[in-house]
Design a protein around this ligand. Structure first.
Ligand SMILES: [Zn+2]
Length: 206
């Protein structure tokens, strides 16, 4: 079992308070923070899941967990992690999977985002991959990273419905499985597997 991502994003949409400040948060505000974190974390992990499934992994787990005691102003109330069954993938595929979390987060707001905007968001740290995501991205030489990022964006844009579906399922505990499609064209084969909506289902065995 190989861990391919781990997310604990800092939130910056709400005002900062000093450590020790005792803030009684209105319930509606607390819920809206949780809702935002749930949406962002689930779409981030869904990006990894879809990229991993399309890169030759048969079984992928995406998980979201709660940070109940966290300071909601400073830290995300939700975190996530994606595990894959095995790592039969090239370095380029690893980098694509590594990028897929932040790319999914960026695409959820704007499907028409271009490569340069995404590169800029990552470079200026607006949306930076987590250390575990970087570990995958750094498997390829820096000169190849733009290509990996471009492939990642094309992949997620072309399979956006699956990303959204995976995000819905990620809110619950689930397992994704995929079947190899023998009719795949040579082009599809380079991404490993064909990802079909009907191949996505919840693991009922747990
Ligand atoms: Zn990630």
């Amino acid at each position: 079992m190989k861990k391919i991502s781990n997310t604990r994003r800092k939130s910056n949409a709400f005002p900062k308070y000093k450590t020790g400040d005792r803030i009684k948060l209105p319930e509606a505000m607390r819920l809206s923070i949780i809702e935002r974190d749930t949406k962002n974390v689930s779409i981030h992990e869904a990006g990894h899941v879809v990229a991993a499934l399309l890169s030759g992994n048969d079984v992928v787990w995406g998980r979201m967990y709660k940070f109940n005691d966290g300071d909601v102003f400073d830290q995300s109330t939700r975190g996530g992690c994606v595990m894959s069954s095995h790592a039969r993938r090239t370095k380029l595929q690893s980098a694509i999977i590594g990028y897929a979390g932040v790319v999914a987060e960026l695409l959820q707001d704007d499907k028409l985002l271009d490569l340069w905007s995404v590169e800029e968001a990552i470079e200026d740290d607006t949306f930076s991959p987590s250390p575990t995501d970087w570990a995958n991205i750094k498997k390829i030489h820096p000169t190849w990273r733009r290509r990996a990022l471009e492939r990642c964006m094309d992949l997620l844009k072309a399979n956006w419905q699956q990303v959204e579906l995976a995000a819905e399922l990620i809110v619950e505990d689930f397992k994704f499985e995929i079947e190899f499609n023998p009719d795949a064209s040579e082009h599809d084969e380079t991404m490993g597997r064909i990802f079909l909506r009907e191949n996505l289902w919840r693991d009922e065995s747990k």
